[in-house]
Design a protein around this ligand. Sequence first.
Ligand code: MN
Length: 232
Amino acid sequence: MTYIFNPPAVQSLAIRGNTKRFPINRLFFVGRNYHAHAVEMGRPVDKTVERPFYFTKAPQTLVESGSTIAYPPETNNYHFEMEMVVAIGKEGFRVSAENAHEIIYGYAAGLDMTRRDLQLVARDKGRPWDLGKDVEQSSVCTEIVPMQGQIIDQGQIALEVNGQTKQSSNVDKLIWNVREIIADLSLFYHLQPGDLIYTGTPEGVGAVVSGDKITGRVEGVAEVTLQISDAQ
Ligand code: MN
């Protein structure tokens, strides 16, 4: 095949203990998946009558943990969201919750960076969230930690900005847990190896400014860092 210009590079992440890399297919994000965060966003969740919802970001928004990124354009309220990330290693369509572990390759620690001002305008006007969420360099992720076939259902999830704790919770507080997310999401999509699922953020989200250093972790998985520099 000959193209008129070079096609976009395949996005990928390092894999702990493996010299080969994990190629990225799609980036899925679960919205409002911790009760205290849903409440702080003014949209509490009643699991008995609601299903989870999702948004996606382009794989090109991926940035590796440890990076320095410029404060993004067209926002005055750029927020961190600390999340546990599930890495899919096998195809899965209409996967049952009981079998969900079978398609898991591993886990990572991630940040779902968000133009909160634009997301809330879009939400309140009934518009798509893309300008708030599908932000260049906004999908931060650590190396993938191989944990084939394993379900993580507890462990501290926490984030600090410049050493000050902003978020501290436990993945046992997920409204829809890893099994339930895979079962529900795979009703809509044929999940593929290389898909990442950001499972949602706990409460305590907030804004960053140029010069801030974010450090976050998922217990038993990994630590993610991000440095914010001046706007371009
Ligand atoms: Mn999020």
